[in-house]
Design a protein around this ligand. Structure first.
Ligand code: NAP
Ligand code: MG
Length: 495
């Protein structure tokens, strides 16, 4: 693995790169090596204030919201084009900062982020209201931008999360202050440069780096109109409490503990591949991770035999290599959390069927953990109920559909789910019984930008992606026009 020189990065406020006023910085680490790759500006309250004021002024001035949808669309498409032109560099930077395999950055994260900008470039032109003709009157709606949007994102898909947030907010004419996670700030800063190069007016997109204090300061700021947060359920709750003081609009995409349900009549080979992808993609650091695998009794052993023979072939190592399928987890904190849960699983009496060890050698100096499988898991165990956010699978048996429905829903989360069966009626009927915002049938982790994505229960609320995401970034104004000779209120006070 080659080591690039250590960079120093700045904040991006009002179209300018600026240092944090305090001069404070923090380090971001390459999780594959443990080496520092950049010193990053830590935005304090006064930097947050400058970024929010820049966004507020850009909103008030109308420099973005008063552009035609066609003009907004052109700039968003230019951003997508520039990302496409710089795909290799962006993918390499994402892998360096986050540790995800380069194949994933190049063929999943970047293309999906670019696709989101293209989709919302088109969607900008589809925003319209409704008109209702009434006797002697006309009433119509306007969809107006909410204003300054604070967008706070996690470290697992840094560019993709940024695109899912920025795309609809900007399409609808809002201005934004984006705060990437402290573990992975680098690609968001590169994206800010791309926005400038694409001709985005100053102040419309601001990117501020920092830790949780920066996020908290942003959430409190009186000139923020809307908060879009993706992250843990715990922090999501704090964000909502804080936002309540001034009734800021809030949308929350939070944690998950997704059920992946394999019925006895499934195509087992497909389901085995699907289950591997569900839990080990991105080292299990994905809110949609299929971390609870429900197997019908009669196929449990046959399924596990195939699954365990496949898992043993996964290539874990240097994420910059095209052949690598599993990289390190993203940080020391994440490493500690995942290894702690592996110990909890052992103590709870689950059977460690594969993995459970950390990997450390010449090639793997950073935060590498073996893909891990626990069988004989009971739904009440911590490893079945709590989000681990790592490559740890809990396998749970079930008898029949009723049993599966009860177990699957017995959890505070409800983000995504999947069903594997060849029985079309069973698939559709069971899909209705799952309390989750997304159900895959005979596939996993496929998220087309056209379809809505978001959670039930404590996985949050609001829907990203699709045209529906525009709802989170617009206010509806109704305009009532009196057309009659006599307004209906005439004479009410004897006038
Ligand atoms: P996190 O700790 O909740 O952090 C998310 C973001 O919030 C980070 O930018 C974080 O900054 C910031 N933050 C921390 N404390 C804050 C506060 N008090 N006020 C405002 N912002 C604050 O989550 P994470 O560990 O980065 O990400 C993993 C979690 O995200 C998992 O639970 C996962 O399921 C969830 N996730 C959900 C989705 C979805 O779409 N539903 C997608 C991806 C991930 P720092 O990083 O600097 O602390
Ligand atoms: Mg990093």
């Amino acid at each position: 693995m080659t080591q690039s020189p250590v960079r120093t990065t700045k904040l991006f406020i009002n179209g300018q790169e600026v240092d944090a006023l305090s001069g404070e910085t923090f380090e971001t680490i390459n999780p594959a090596t443990g080496n520092v790759i950049a010193h990053v500006a830590q935005a304090g309250d006064e930097d947050v204030d400058a970024a929010v004021r820049a966004a507020h002024e850009a909103h008030v001035s109308g420099v973005w919201r008063e552009k035609s949808a066609a003009e907004r669309s052109i700039i968003l498409n230019r951003v997508a084009d520039l990302m496409q032109e710089n795909l290799a560099g962006l993918a390499a930077l994402e892998t360096e900062d986050n540790g995800k395999p380069i194949n994933e950055s190049s063929f999943i994260d970047l293309p999906m982020a670019i696709d989101a900008f293209r989709f919302y470039a088109s969607a900008a032109r589809m925003i319209s209201g409704q008109a209702v003709p009434l006797p002697g009157a006309l009433t119509y709606t306007l969809k107006e931008p909410v204003g300054v949007c604070a967008q706070i994102i996690p470290w697992n898909f840094p560019l993709m999360m940024a695109a899912w947030k920025l795309g609809p907010a900007l399409a609808a004419g809002n201005t934004v202050v984006l705060k990437p996670a402290e573990q992975t700030p680098l690609t968001a800063l590169r994206l800010a440069e791309i926005f400038s190069a694409a001709g985005m007016p100053d102040g419309v997109v601001n990117v501020i780096t920092g830790d949780g204090r920066t996020g908290a300061s942003l959430v409190k700021h009186p000139l923020v109109d809307k908060i879009a947060f993706t992250g843990s359920t715990e922090v999501g709750k704090q964000v909502m409490v804080e936002a309540a003081h001034s009734l800021k609009r809030v949308s929350l995409e939070l944690g998950g503990k997704a059920p992946n349900v394999v019925f006895a009549d499934a195509d087992l080979d497909q389901a085995v591949n699907g289950a591997l992808f569900a839990i080990y993609f991105n080292q299990g650091q994905i809110c949609t991770a299929g971390s609870r695998l429900f197997l019908q009794d009669s196929i449990h052993d046959a399924f596990m035999e195939k699954f365990l023979s496949k898992i043993a072939t996964l290539r874990i190592g240097d994420p910059t290599q095209n052949t690598t399928q599993i990289g390190p987890v993203a940080s020391q904190d994440q490493f500690d959390k995942v290894t702690r849960y592996i110990e909890i699983g052992k103590k709870e009496g689950a059977t460690l069927a594969f993995g459970g060890e950390v990997l450390r050698d010449e090639e793997r100096k950073g935060y590498f953990i073996q893909p891990t499988v626990f069988t004989d898991v009971h739904n009440s165990m911590q490893i079945a109920q709590e989000e681990i956010f790592g490559p740890v699978l809990s396998v749970i048996r079930f008898k029949d559909e009723d049993d599966a429905a009860r177990l699957v829903n017995d959890i505070p989360y409800g983000l995504v789910s999947a069903i594997w069966t060849q029985d079309i009626k069973k698939a559709h009927n069971f899909a209705r019984r799952i309390q989750a915002g997304y159900v895959w049938i005979n596939t996993y982790n496929v998220l087309p930008v056209e379809a809505p994505f978001g959670g039930y229960k404590q996985s949050g609320f609001g829907r990203e992606l699709g045209l529906g995401a525009l709802e989170m970034y617009t206010e509806t104004k109704n305009v009532y026009v009196e057309l009659g000779a006599q307004a209906p209120i005439t004479g009410w006070y004897g006038v």
